[in-house]
Design a binder for this molecule. Structure first.
Ligand code: SRM
Ligand code: SF4
Length: 577
C-alpha cells in the first residue's frame, strides 16, 4: 500500500463522493507547482508531504535508504537519510550511446553508483540528494531526455517493441510510441520553471487561461491515477501489452501495419487485504487505423479522466472502470469523445513473446546484440563491471541503445565484423554473454524493492539471483534447462515486475516470505493463480520442485510449464505436492 493510497478522503460537503487527499493536492497545485520552488531554495534534505505527490509528476520520488535508518536517540523517532529516485522517460526504450553515458555519469557523480533498467524500458537513478536534484534533471534534459511524466497520474513511459529490425513494422510501432508519448505529455510549464530555469529569477512562467488552455488533455487535476500504454506486435508481445491500461496490438497485412486492435483496462497492482483490488488483463475493445490511434488514445485518457474514481485511489486505475462498467460502456464513451464509431477488433492477437537477446540481423546489413542484464541493475564490483563494459562499448562502437521491458539492453547498428570485439569486452569485464546464461535466468526479472523502495516488504532484485542459482541446478538435473518460462519476483504485491501473468510469480508478502503464483504464461495473456502462500525465500525452489517433476513426466506435447499448471489447476497441483 503506497503512502498516497493510505490518505483519507477529505473535503466536499455535498453528496458527491469525497475526493481523495491527492486530488485536492493536485487541484491546488497550480499545475504541479505546489511549494516545490520554495522548498528547493531551502537547505532541508527533504520535501513536505504535499509536494511529494507533485514531485512524482516531475519524475522523482523521495526515498530513504531503509538499511540506513538510525535510531533517533532519546526521541525514539527513526532518523531518515533522504535521497531521491529519478526516472527517465524513454519511449520504446530508444536512446543513443551519449544518453546512456550521461546516465552512467550521473549515477557515479551524484547517484548511488548504480543504474537500473526498469520493466517499462526506462532508466532509474537512486540516491540523488535534494541539493543535486536540479543538476540531475538538467543533465538528463541536456541529453534530450526528460523525467517529466515518468511517474504521476498521467500517461507514463509508452512502451513498444524496441528491436531495430529494418522491416516496415518496428519503425511503425516505435513511431506510434513516440507520437503517443508526445501527444499525452503534460503541457504545464512548471517542469521547466522548477528544474531547468534559473530558480532565483523566480516567478511563474506566464501561462494564463483556463484548464483547457494550460492542460488541454488532462485539466488541472490530471488523471485519477497512473496511466500506462504499450504497443505490441502479434508475433512479439515483448511489452506485455495486456497488463497496460491501454494497449495497441498491430494488425499486419502484406508486411504493413494497417491498424491496431485496442485493448483497455489492464493493470496488476493489488492490496491483498482489500478484496476490491485485483490484477486484471486488458479487454479487447475496437480496431483503429494508424491515423486514428493517437486520437482514440486521447479519447480513452479523457474517459478515464472524467469517469475514473477520484474518491478512492485504491480503485482509481482504468481497470476498475472497465471491470465495473463493462467494455461496451467504455467503448461507447470513447466513441462519443472521439466523435465517431469505431470498427470491431480483427481476430489478430498476440501469439509470441520474444526477448531479443543474443545476436540478430537487423535486415539492413547490420546486426544487434541483446545483452541480458540480470534484473536490470548496472554496477561495478570486483567480479562484474557492467558500467565499465557499457562505457567501453558505447565509446568503441557508438551503438544506438534500446532498452527492453525485461530490463535488458540491445546494442544496435553494429557491423557484423565487430562481433568478436564486442564479446571480448563483455567477457573481459567478468560478464556472461547472453548465450552463456541459463534460460531460467534469462527469462527472469525482479523489481527494485530493498533498500530504496518505500513499499517493499521483502527483498527482490537482490534475492532473485540466489533463487535462480538453486532453480537452474534443479532444472538441469531434471533435464528441463531448455524450457522457456518466465520467473518474476517482486518485493510486495504492487506487481512492478509483472508477476501475476508470469509462468512463476514470486510476490513478497511478509518478511522473508513470498506468495508463489503459477499458471501464467510467457505470452502474458493469462493470469497466474496462488499456489502457496508465505513460502520462505530459501524454500522457493523446493516448494516448486514437485511441480517441475510432474511437469516433466506428465506434460502434454510441448506445453509450457505455465500451460501445464493452468491445465491441472490448483487442486491437482496441490495433490501432486
Ligand atoms: Fe512500480 C510503485 C518501481 C513498473 C505497479 N514502483 C512503485 C514505486 C515508485 C514505489 C513507490 O510508490 O514508492 C517503486 C520505486 C522503487 C524504487 O526504489 O525505485 C516502483 N515500478 C517500479 C520499477 C522501477 C520496477 C523495476 O524494478 O523495474 C518499474 C518502473 C517502470 C517505469 O520505467 O515506468 C515499475 N510498477 C511497474 C509495473 C510494471 C509495468 O508497468 O509494466 C507495475 C504493474 C502494472 C501496473 O501498473 O498495474 C507497477 N508500482 C506499481 C504499483 C501498483 C499500482 C496499482 O495500480 O496498484 C505501485 C504503488 C502505487 O502506485 O501506489 C508502484
Ligand atoms: Fe517496490 Fe517492488 Fe513493490 Fe514495486 S513491487 S512497489 S518496486 S517492492
Amino acid at each position: 500500500m503506497s503512502e498516497d493510497t493510505r490518505e483519507s478522503a477529505t473535503s466536499q460537503t455535498n453528496n458527491e463522493p469525497k475526493l481523495s487527499a491527492v486530488e485536492l493536492i493536485k487541484d491546488t497545485s497550480r499545475y504541479l507547482r505546489g511549494s516545490i520552488r520554495s522548498e528547493l531554495l531551502t537547505d532541508s534534505t527533504h520535501f513536505g508531504k504535499e509536494d511529494l505527490q507533485l514531485l512524482k509528476f516531475h519524475g522523482t520520488y523521495q526515498q530513504d535508504d531503509r538499511e540506513q535508518r538510525k535510531s533517533g536517540g532519546d526521541s525514539g523517532k527513526s532518523e531518515k537519510e533522504y535521497s531521491f529516485m529519478v526516472r527517465s522517460r524513454i519511449p520504446a526504450g530508444i536512446m543513443n550511446a551519449e544518453q546512456l553515458l550521461a546516465h552512467l555519469d550521473l549515477c557515479d557523480t551524484i547517484g548511488n553508483t548504480t543504474l537500473k533498467i526498469t520493466t517499462r524500458q526506462g532508466l532509474q537513478l537512486h540516491g540523488i540528494l535534494k541539493q543535486d536534484l536540479r543538476e540531475c534533471m538538467q543533465k538528463i534534459n541536456n541529453c534530450m531526455l526528460t523525467t517529466l511524466a515518468a511517474c504521476g497520474d498521467v500517461n507514463r513511459n509508452t512502451m513498444a517493441c524496441p528491436a531495430p529490425y529494418a522491416d516496415n513494422l518496428r519503425p511503425a510501432v516505435q513511431k506510434l510510441a513516440q507520437d503517443l508519448s508526445d501527444h499525452l505529455s503534460p503541457q504545464t510549464k512548471s517542469y521547466y520553471e522548477l528544474w531547468l530555469k534559473d530558480l532565483a529569477s523566480g516567478e511563474e512562467t506566464l501561462q494564463g487561461g483556463s484548464d483547457q488552455i494550460v492542460e488541454p488533455i488532462y485539466g488541472k487535476t490530471y488523471l485519477p491515477r497512473k496511466f500506462k500504454t504499450a504497443i505490441a506486435l502479434a508475433d512479439d508481445n515483448c511489452t506485455d501489452v495486456y497488463t497496460n491500461c491501454l494497449g495497441f496490438i498491430a494488425v499486419v497485412r502484406d508486411g504493413q501495419v494497417i491498424g491496431y486492435n485496442v485493448v483497455v483496462g489492464g493493470g496488476l497492482g493489488v492490496t491483498p487485504s482489500a478484496k476490491k483490488t485485483f490484477p486484471r488483463l486488458a479487454t479487447r475493445m475496437a480496431f483503429v487505423t494508424p491515423e486514428q490511434a493517437v486520437g482514440v488514445a486521447e479519447a480513452i485518457v479523457k474517459v478515464q479522466r472524467d469517469h475514473g474514481y477520484r474518491d478512492d485511489r485504491k480503485r482509481a486505475r482504468l481497470k476498475y472502470l472497465v471491470h465495473d462498467r463493462g467494455i461496451d460502456w467504455i467503448r461507447h464513451q470513447v466513441e462519443e469523445v472521439y466523435g465517431s464509431k469505431l470498427k470491431d477488433c480483427t481476430a489478430d492477437d498476440v501469439v509470441e513473446h520474444r526477448d531479443h537477446m543474443g545476436w540478430d540481423d537487423q535486415g539492413d546489413g547490420r546486426c544487434f546484440y541483446g545483452f541480458n542484464v540480470e534484473n536490470g541493475r548496472l554496477y561495478d564490483d570486483q567480479n562484474r563491471a557492467w558500467k565499465k563494459a557499457l562505457r567501453e562499448i558505447c565509446e568503441e562502437f557508438e551503438p544506438e541503445i534500446r532498452l527492453t521491458a525485461h530490463q535488458s539492453i540491445l546494442f544496435c547498428n553494429l557491423d557484423p565484423k565487430d562481433k568478436p570485439k564486442l564479446e571480448s569486452i563483455i567477457k573481459r569485464r567478468g560478464l556472461p554473454l547472453t548465450e552463456e546464461i541459463s534460460n531460467v535466468r534469462r527469462w527472469s526479472i525482479a523489481c527494485v524493492a530493498m533498500p530504496t523502495c518505500g513499499l517493499a516488504i521483502t527483498e527482490s532484485e537482490r534475492a532473485l539471483p540466489g533463487v535462480i542459482d538453486v532453480m537452474e541446478k534443479k532444472l538441469l538435473e531434471l533435464g528441463l534447462d531448455k524450457e522457456l518460462f518466465t520467473v518474476r519476483m517482486t518485493g510486495c504485491p504492487n506487481g512492478c515486475a509483472r508477476p501475476y501473468n508470469a509462468d512463476i510469480g514470486l510476490v513478497g508478502k511478509a518478511k522473508g516470505k513470498y506468495t508463489l503464483y503459477v499458471g501464467g504464461t510467457r505470452l502474458g495473456t493469462r493470469l497466474a493463480f496462488i499456489y502457496k502462500d508465505l513460502v520462505p525465500l530459501e524454500s522457493i525452489t523446493e516448494t516448486l520442485l514437485p511441480l517441475f517433476e510432474s511437469f516433466k513426466s506428465q506434460r502434454e506435447g510441448k506445453e509450457s510449464f505455465g500451460d501445464y499448471c493452468a491445465r491441472l489447476g490448483l487442486e491437482k497441483l496441490l495433490a501432486i505436492a
